[in-house]
Design a protein around this ligand. Structure first.
Ligand SMILES: *Cc1c(COP(=O)(O)O)cnc(C)c1O
Length: 420
């Protein structure tokens, strides 16, 4: 097996054999040869139907023709300039015209940079220090948010190498719990610069906000002069063209974007109200900079991706999501499997617990051992989902009804084995 050999070799050169922790799974991850549409090819000739989709960016599937063509045309004209381009204005306009809270945009290189800069901006604007995040939320890999993180860090209480001083101003509360947040704000309100929230918690599985919860966040932040940041690195352009804020009709002060916005290339963005955004350097005194910010290749890919996203696109994509979730629901019913199917739009996950999952603590009750068997069985059936119970699965434009029907058969047989 070539993947197995490559993994043995890669561990000599890359810590853990990978460049991001969640990619390492037992006994060894497959090494990718290429991707096209809904499929991934590994170096051993296996072809997988992909529901990981790069952990979210690939809403069109792998290597969409029009994006590849536009990028090819761009790279012949250069790959980075250190000077502005007209395309950055075009992409910024696209964000402003679609994302409700966005008056202005700063393009960066990753979701991590977007949240780091958004937090600095909120602190700069309010002159306050503390931030509140939710247990199990993930906002990238920088120091101040590595507190009760989801995603790759969900298993660790924290990261070593992060000094206490770096997280001392980061407070966490359970998601979907109005009382905990109210009492924390009551205590600390004069010190809290921002609340940062994933409107759908997609790095601890897939947890939706309960009815009225996002509205509650909007209200309590407004009343206490706290900046509300929606981290829409996953939900942005995923739930709708205006993201979760359009989907749930709650408008934050700032939004962080990533993943889909780069059209399969590295990019992130922060956007928000003009009076706040104008504090960013060189307009204002909040420093933010990057050699590759607004990179023309990523901007081109992002622009051509967002151009394809219209009402019909989301209608079709979300219908596939409903079809898949209905199919899974039927399987759970037919076999009396006491599991928890979650998801919305083109997102889904199965929690290996019968109990309701509204927050981090409840998600952590899931049986990760059984999930592991389910994941491995799916892989044997040439279906690739993220290897962790605490990630979210995605659909793309490229997934066909036939793909989904075959996937449902594999989900059924894999669940039978995992739960026997
Ligand atoms: C992926 C993710 C990030 C980090 O983005 P990177 O591009 O990996 O740095 C931040 N927030 C959320 C909600 C994410 O899902």
């Amino acid at each position: 097996m070539k993947s197995e050999e490559l993994f043995i070799e890669s561990q000599n050169y890359l810590p853990g054999g990978v460049d991001s922790p969640v990619r390492a799974f037992k006994p060894y991850p497959f090494f990718v040869e290429k991707g096209k549409g809904s499929k991934l090819w590994d170096v051993d000739g296996n072809i997988y139907t992909d529901y990981c989709l790069g952990y979210g960016p690939l809403i069109m599937g792998h290597a969409p023709e029009n994006i590849i063509k536009s990028v090819y045309e761009q790279i012949q004209k250069g790959t980075t300039y250190g000077a502005p381009t007209q395309k950055e204005i075009e992409l910024a306009k696209m964000v402003v015209n679609n994302v409700p809270c966005a008056d202005m945009v700063r393009f960066v290189n990753s979701g991590t940079e977007a949240t780091m800069s958004a937090i600095r901006l909120a602190r700069g604007f309010t002159g306050k220090k503390k931030i509140i995040k939710f247990e199990g939320s993930y906002h990238g890999a920088h120091d101040s948010v590595l507190v009760k993180s989801g995603s790759g860090a969900a298993c660790l209480p924290d990261s070593s190498g992060v000094p206490e001083e770096a997280t001392i101003n980061t407070l966490s509360v359970p998601f979907n719990d109005e009382e905990s947040l109210s009492s924390l704000i009551e205590l600390e309100k004069d010190e809290i610069a921002a609340i940062i929230v994933e409107p759908v918690m997609a790095n601890i599985g897939c947890i939706q906000p309960q009815e009225g919860y996002l509205e509650f966040l909007r209200k309590i932040t407004k009343e206490n002069n706290i900046i509300l940041i929606f981290d829409e690195v996953i939900t942005g352009f995923r739930l709708s063209k205006g993201g979760a804020q359009e989907y749930f009709d709650v408008t934050p002060d700032l939004v962080t974007l990533g993943k889909i916005i780069g059209g399969g290339f590295p990019m992130g963005a922060l956007a928000g109200k003009r009076e706040i955004m104008e504090l960013i350097a060189p307009c204002g005194g909040v420093y933010q900079a990057g050699t590759f910010n607004g990179n023309p290749v990523s901007v081109t890919a992002g622009l051509n991706t967002l151009k394809s996203l219209d009402y019909q696109f989301y209608n079709d994509l979300n219908e596939k999501g409903r079809f898949l979730r209905r199919g899974i629901e039927d399987i759970l019913d037919d076999h009396d499997f006491n599991l928890n199917l979650v998801g919305l739009a083109s997102m889904f996950q199965i929690y290996f617990t019968g109990d309701e999952v509204k927050n981090y603590k409840q998600a952590k009750k899931a049986d990760v051992g059984k999930f592991g068997v389910y994941f491995q069985e799916l892989l044997k059936n040439n279906i690739f989902i993220p290897p962790s119970q605490f990630e979210c699965c995605f659909l793309s434009k490229s997934h066909s009804k036939e793909d989904i029907e075959k996937t449902l058969e594999s989900i059924e047989s894999s669940l039978k084995l995992a739960l026997k």
